[in-house]
Write a new protein. Structure first.
Length: 238
């Protein structure tokens, strides 16, 4: 008897032009070390979020079990497996997509060979690929190559290290990068301790996804925190 099973259905993150011209979607980042700590706030906030991220810390702590269990609980939500692939692209991407991910992440320092491998597996599963940028890894020519290979998403981020050093600002260069990458055809995600106070910086700019982690997950009411962010997004991109 064959032991092959059908791959889980992918919940796609829309990339059509009409969607990209509307307001950004809200993604919850679950960077907890274990599933119980992640599932508590997720189950509260889920009605008010558009995309679920199985964060790197969660995947390191729980493995692909995290993706499988969250997919089982939320069959209709897009799920990012934030595995930050640097090499072994085919193997890691396949593990994530077989577990039920809609989207996997690749670090900007990965070789084009690795990116090509990840894109090929994503296409096989009907999934999508995101490259996570860091300041020292940004190269517009390289970004164009990612887009030509089939990468759909990029992240512009304010890193935890930058926050820890006391730099809570978004610079004009960050906003210009959003514009430049969106013009290449990417869906641009903005992340890095995002709160409602950060959103006006990006008003009128083509942000596709806003990631909220601690501001929602650690809130007294994750649902209320997510709803307030959704309201702020609607106001800024009205």
């Amino acid at each position: 008897m064959s032991t092959n099973t059908a791959a889980p259905a992918r919940q796609q993150i829309p990339l059509d032009e009409a969607t990209l011209q509307t307001r950004p979607r809200l993604q919850i980042a679950l960077d907890k070390a274990d599933l119980p700590s992640a599932l508590g706030p997720l189950q509260q906030a889920a009605p008010a979020v558009d995309i679920i991220e199985c964060g790197t810390i969660l995947v390191l702590g729980e493995g692909m079990r995290a993706v499988r269990e969250i997919r089982a609980l939320f069959p209709d939500k897009p799920i990012l497996a934030d595995v930050r692939i640097a090499e072994a692209g085919s193997i890691i991407a396949r593990m994530a997509f077989e577990a039920g991910a809609s989207l996997v992440s690749v670090v900007a320092g990965a070789s084009m060979t690795t990116v090509t491998q990840v894109v090929a597996v994503a296409e096989e599963f009907g999934g999508q690929v995101q490259v996570e940028l860091a300041d020292e890894w940004y190269d517009p020519d390289k970004a164009r190559q990612w887009r030509d290979l089939g990468v759909q998403h990029v992240i512009v981020k304010r890193s935890r290290d930058r926050e820890a050093a006391g730099d809570l600002s978004w610079k004009p260069s960050d906003v210009a990068r959003v514009d430049e990458l969106a013009a290449m055809g990417f869906t641009v995600t903005v992340t890095g301790g995002m709160s409602a106070q950060d959103l006006p910086t990006f008003a009128g700019h083509p942000v596709g996804i806003i990631i909220a982690g601690r501001s929602v997950v650690s809130a007294d009411s994750p649902l209320q925190a997510a709803q307030e962010l959704q309201a702020a997004i609607a106001e800024v991109w009205s």
